[in-house]
Design a protein around this ligand. Structure first.
Ligand SMILES: Cc1cc2nc3c(=O)[nH]c(=O)nc-3n(C[C@H](O)[C@H](O)[C@H](O)COP(=O)(O)OP(=O)(O)OC[C@H]3O[C@@H](n4cnc5c(N)ncnc54)[C@H](O)[C@@H]3O)c2cc1C
Ligand code: FES
Length: 278
């Protein structure tokens, strides 16, 4: 029954079978689900209900069939990682009116940090299909946490790797590589798309601003309803909701967010520093 649901947005969880589980890294798995989401837009997410445990947002990393790529962190994602093919998850969505736009772009840069690279996967595939030149900087703290490097290379993106500890690629942060590309190689792009730790995205914004390049960033926030009702994911001071007006925001909005890169709200809505969350 569930596999026949193709296009509609569903606002109460529908039971969907896990068709396939792919191990991407030591703590990241892709869950391919028995559902098609042909109308999903670039950067949208689904709310995944893990029975008896919790419900959490995950970016759509493939739409036909639907797949999500999940890093093992707390209770919900640990339980998700313990599931097997044939088990059932609840799915609702797709959600998010703020999505990535490739309109009029000829050459773009993607900057992905850690599991944030997952949110750039469909974007990279779509851009390549539209004959847009794609450069990507994929970074992680260490080699074993790099995500989708081979996939990005295989689809034709030009990939630069960075690791904080130098175990693979350039030693340092993604933003160091980005800055070097501008400074030393005089590269230029129509837009920079980014997802990863917010501090990284705020630095991407600063560099891009210096070179007058638009940024589109996929933000993260604690979510409860996931479709604009509870207000838990609202950004100060604009009141924009990450789940509704986001999760993707462009430079003009990012610059107006209070403490972008530094502050967020925890499970109870308390204003905290990102460094306290991790
Ligand atoms: C729009 C959106 C898309 C997302 N897409 C993905 C994805 O594709 N793959 C993926 O693995 N995760 C994704 N996430 C984050 C994912 O929802 C959290 O990792 C998950 O909620 C953690 O749940 P947990 O119970 O396992 O951990 P918790 O016990 O809730 O938290 C474990 C740790 O993760 C931190 N954390 C929890 N939620 C978030 C969050 N939203 N942002 C940043 N840190 C958080 C906590 O502070 C804590 O340090 C996305 C989040 C949003 C808002
Ligand atoms: S999670 Fe409820 S408004 Fe965004």
């Amino acid at each position: 029954m569930t596999k026949n649901i193709v296009n509609s947005q569903i606002d109460c969880p529908q039971g969907v079978e896990i068709k396939e589980i792919i191990k991407e890294t030591h703590d990241v798995k892709t869950f391919v689900l028995n559902r098609r989401l042909l109308n999903a837009k670039l950067g949208q997410f689904v709310m995944i209900w893990i029975p008896i445990v919790d419900e959490k947002p995950f970016t759509i990393t493939q739409s036909d069939p639907l797949a999500i790529t999940v890093k093992k962190r707390g209770k919900a994602t640990q339980t998700l990682h313990s599931l097997e093919e044939g088990d059932i998850l609840g799915v609702r969505g797709p959600y998010g009116d703020g999505v990535f736009s490739l309109n009029k772009k000829k050459k773009i840069m993607l900057v992905g940090g850690g599991y944030g690279t997952a949110s750039l996967k469909i974007l990279a595939e779509t851009a390549v299909m539209q004959n847009i030149e794609v450069d990507a900087i994929i970074g992680a703290d260490t080699k074993k946490n790099l995500l989708f490097v081979d996939h990005f290379k295989n689809i034709g993106a030009k990939v630069t790797i960075t690791t904080d500890d130098g175990s693979l690629g350039i030693k340092g942060f993604t933003t160091f590589a980005l800055f070097s590309l501008f400074k030393l190689q005089n590269q230029n792009y129509d837009a920079i798309y980014t997802c990863g730790p917010e501090i990284m995205m705020s630095k991407v914004l600063k560099i891009a601003d210096k070179y007058n390049i638009e940024v589109q960033a996929s933000l993260s926030a604690y979510m409860k309803c996931g479709f604009g009702i509870c207000g838990h994911c609202a950004l100060d001071p604009l009141g924009l909701r990450v789940c509704k007006e986001g999760p993707v925001f462009s430079s003009d909005i990012l610059k107006k967010i209070d403490g972008f890169g530094y502050n967020t709200r925890d499970k109870s809505g308390r204003l905290v520093k990102w460094s306290e969350m991790i």
